[in-house]
Design a protein around this ligand. Structure first.
Ligand SMILES: Cc1ncc(CN)c(N)n1
Length: 220
């Protein structure tokens, strides 16, 4: 079993809750209240700014130039790629970037990004990757499952853009590179070290579940 397979296996019960979550199901069926989606979008925009910083810390912690390049490239693709989906939605929802950046972050949001940043600052590059991976991989899996369950959801006039972004070849390829980087950084790790990575990945998966709850309940 590869390292990433092991991380996924140890967190699979938590991941199952993502697919049936009412917020996620609402995106797939198209029935999600737009106010809830708007709240989530703003929170996620704020989240991604800090998430990009986790990659930047990864670049600073890297032991070699190739790893440094990979972490920095992802920082850039987040700011100019994934966040474009958010900017496009914010435009449609009538929120400026400045307004979004001045919205108070929800406590579950702050807790999640603070945890990732703490792991990144305290640990090595493999820990940084373990903190990053649940976020990156879970959205691809969620969007693919939604497409299988609701075949037309990626063309939905409102939620389709969200689904399309996370089922895209581009997002998939970026994730494959992250998986390869995780495997490379943890190469030769013993059971104690792998268990540590799994704990970080699991905690981030728990935070992912809390983030869906935050969106659904519009928790401050
Ligand atoms: C909270 C959260 N988790 C994951 C993703 C997908 N990168 C995201 N945009 N936001």
């Amino acid at each position: 079993m590869s390292i990433v397979e092991r991380l996924l296996e140890d967190s699979k019960e938590i991941w199952e809750t993502f697919y049936t979550h009412p917020f996620v199901q609402g995106i797939g069926s198209g029935s999600l209240d737009h106010e809830k989606f708007k709240y989530y979008m703003i929170q996620d925009y704020l989240y991604l700014i800090d998430y990009a910083k986790v990659f930047a810390v990864g670049a600073a912690k890297a032991f070699d130039k190739d790893t440094m390049r990979e972490f920095s490239a992802y920082t850039d693709s987040l700011m100019n790629g994934e966040m474009e989906i958010h900017r496009s939605y914010m435009k449609r929802l009538g929120i400026t970037e400045e307004e979004a950046e001045h919205c108070p972050a929800a406590l579950d949001n702050i807790s999640y990004t603070s945890y990732m940043l703490r792991i990144a600052y305290e640990g090595g590059p493999a820990d940084v990757m373990a903190a990053i991976l649940s976020c990156a991989l879970s959205y691809e899996e969620i969007a693919c499952r939604l497409k299988a369950q609701y075949p037309g959801c990626w063309e939905h006039p409102f939620f389709g853009e969200w689904v399309s972004g996370y089922i895209s070849e581009e997002y998939h390829e970026a994730n494959q590179k992250l998986i390869a980087l995780m495997e490379r950084l943890a190469d030769g790790f013993d059971e104690r070290q792998i268990a540590r990575l799994s704990e970080v990945f699991k905690n981030c998966s728990r935070y992912e579940a809390a983030f869906w709850d935050m969106g659904w309940e519009m928790k401050k």
